[in-house]
Write a protein that binds this ligand. Structure first.
Ligand code: IPE
Ligand code: IPE
Ligand code: MG
Length: 226
């Protein structure tokens, strides 16, 4: 039996290094990377096997980068979320951000919430951008909420209190490194992990298709026996 790639999560890494190979500033790589986000999202929206696509766009640790790069990323995000509305609507894609949005500027927060509302009626793919997202931060925020509510803890309750309640089936990292960098720590408990050396700006729907093909053949046991 084939596995279903119902929830795909991607650590989109390698923008800066790709820009360097082109003799350009790191920001050029982020710009190109945002085009790949559109292509991969549109592809996933057309594949009925895929219900969710969660993309790591900015981590809770990425604030450590030079101010100029962080500012560029904030502007790029603002631009992307504003201009991509037709992509979401045409693809019947619902936008659902995850992460702690409160650290962003008021205007960026408004843009994020606006796209979420404008696509709330879409019934196809759910695309999440992880924005100021950290798996540990997500767990701390959920634990605090549960503590405040004084409810008994259960697996389902923790899942539902996290930013994303859905387990990841297939987790992909581009850019050659083999680590999670604080992404979807709870949700990836039984995810299949795929690492590729391809830098994110060069990642294609063809490569994604090949990874999905391999993923389908994996024997997933979830601790049991087959
Ligand atoms: C990923 O690419 C995008 C973000 C983290 C925002 P990088 O910017 O980390 O690119 P590399 O890994 O330095 O090449
Ligand atoms: C992970 O990439 C974060 C995103 C892709 C948004 P990083 O480039 O920040 O990860 P490290 O620093 O290599 O672990
Ligand atoms: Mg990186």
């Amino acid at each position: 039996m084939n596995n279903n790639p119902s929830h795909i999560a991607i650590i989109m890494d390698g923008n800066g290094r790709w820009a360097q190979t082109q003799g350009k500033n790191r920001t050029f790589g982020h710009e190109k990377g945002s085009e790949v986000v559109r292509a991969i999202t549109t592809y996933c929206a057309k594949n009925p096997e895929i219900q969710r696509l969660t993309l790591y766009a900015f981590s809770t640790e990425n604030w450590k980068r030079p101010k100029i790069e962080v500012e560029f990323l904030m502007k790029l995000l603002q631009k992307y979320l504003t201009q991509e509305l037709p992509t979401y609507l045409e693809g019947n894609i619902r936008f659902q951000p995850i992460g702690d949005l409160s650290s962003f500027s008021t205007s960026l927060q408004k843009t994020i919430i606006q796209l979420k509302e404008q696509t709330a009626h879409c019934t196809g793919l759910i695309q999440s951008l992880a924005l100021n997202y950290g798996g540990r931060d997500e767990i701390i925020r959920a634990a605090s909420a549960l503590q405040a509510a004084q409810t008994p803890i259960s697996l389902d309750l923790i899942s539902q209190t996290l930013d994303c309640a859905t387990d990841v089936d297939l987790l992909i990292r581009t850019g050659g490194d083999h680590r999670l960098s604080n992404f979807m720590l709870w949700q990836s408990a039984y995810a299949e992990l795929f690492f590729t050396d391809t830098l994110w700006p060069e990642f294609t729907t063809d490569e994604l298709e090949k990874i999905i093909h391999k993923f389908k053949k994996v024997e997933r046991r979830f601790g049991g026996l087959n």
